[in-house]
Design a protein around this ligand. Structure first.
Ligand code: PMV
Length: 309
């Protein structure tokens, strides 16, 4: 049996604006992960996919054509040149909450590519994993920028510009992020189409917002590379303000962001598509427990602390 994993992710700067060509920064979150196992299946049964969390089990032939798990299995087997006429059981599970901006879909797909690659002795390089997973992201999201599959496949902090650039950059002074779940599921596809409609109505306003967010992502990268952590926090606050103007915050996210700041976070913002999902807060060893307490009082359903390094 072959087992492979993939971590979750959060977007530090630039969500939504990244869809419109602005830079964004995302980092892996190793505290949550997707797991895929591959083992020989019953003879003549073909390929069976078991999605443990969804309590679903089906063969490739039974899967609807736009099933994301089917798509990544077929795409990977074709890529590594072994074809789909195999008897295999592929089991996936994940500790990454779904539709919370933590990249669960991309992580499950990445774990599958890694597990199939290992199983057939063909280690798939990160850029190829990213490209294969991007195809399934289209099924999940409609018009994904590609940032989720990139950060999850490379498992490093990335600076990303859609269709142009992916750079892994260095973190001078590692820092802590508290990730707090509002408990509200928010499918990326819906939030992204909401922004698109708003942009179509008010192009100038939204272009300005996207440009400003792009500048923040740029400055955020510099601040991280220089170890200027307080600047990172200020930029997170500013990014959140612009996301609010874009209409992707919510009363719950606003409450969590304010609670984190009251608790002493150096900065806080929503992360991912917004309208639900998670907020992230920049904390230190000294402030993390107070921020944690304030977030729980403000209704956070789950809290993860991760180090960005
Ligand atoms: O999947 P999420 O919630 O992290 O959102 C992805 C980020 C967006 O910028 C909103 C969409 C995209 O494709 O980049």
């Amino acid at each position: 049996m072959t087992v492979a994993y993939a971590s979750g992710k959060v977007i530090l700067f630039g969500e939504h604006a990244v869809v419109y060509g602005q830079p964004a920064i995302a980092v892996p979150v190793t505290q949550v992960q997707a797991t895929a196992t591959v083992e020989p299946g019953p003879a003549g049964r073909g390929i069976t996919i078991i999605a443990e969390d969804l309590k679903q089990s089906y063969t490739l032939d039974q899967a609807p054509p736009n099933d994301a798990l089917r798509a990544i299995v077929v795409g990977t087997l074709e890529h590594i040149g072994v074809g789909t006429k195999r008897d295999l059981t592929i089991t996936v599970s994940s500790t990454i909450p779904i539709a919370r901006g933590l990249g669960s879909g991309a992580a499950v797909s990445t774990a599958i590519v890694r597990a199939l690659g290992q199983h057939f002795g063909n280690l798939v390089p990160p850029q190829v994993i990213s490209n294969l997973v991007y195809e399934t992201e289209k099924i999940h999201h409609g018009t994904p920028s590609g940032i989720d599959n990139t950060v999850i496949a490379f498992e490093k902090p990335v600076y990303f510009v859609r269709d142009q650039k992916m750079e892994i950059f260095s973190v001078k002074s590692p820092f802590l992020l508290t990730i707090a779940d509002s408990g509200i599921a928010s499918p990326t596809r819906i939030a992204v189409s909401h922004v698109r409609r708003a942009w179509e109505r008010e192009r100038e306003k939204y272009k300005e917002l996207f440009d400003e967010i792009g500048t923040i992502a740029e400055m955020g990268r510099q601040a991280i590379e220089r170890g200027e952590i307080e600047t990172v926090g200020r930029l997170m606050n500013e990014n959140h303000r612009l996301l609010q103007l874009m209409g992707v915050s919510s009363p719950e996210l606003k409450g969590l962001v304010e609670a984190a700041r009251e608790g002493g976070a150096l900065g806080a913002k929503l992360s991912g598509a917004g309208r639900g999902g998670n907020i992230i807060a920049l904390v230190t060893q000294e402030t993390r427990s107070r921020v944690d307490m304030m977030l729980r009082l403000a209704g956070a359903k789950d809290i993860i602390v991760t180090e960005v390094s």
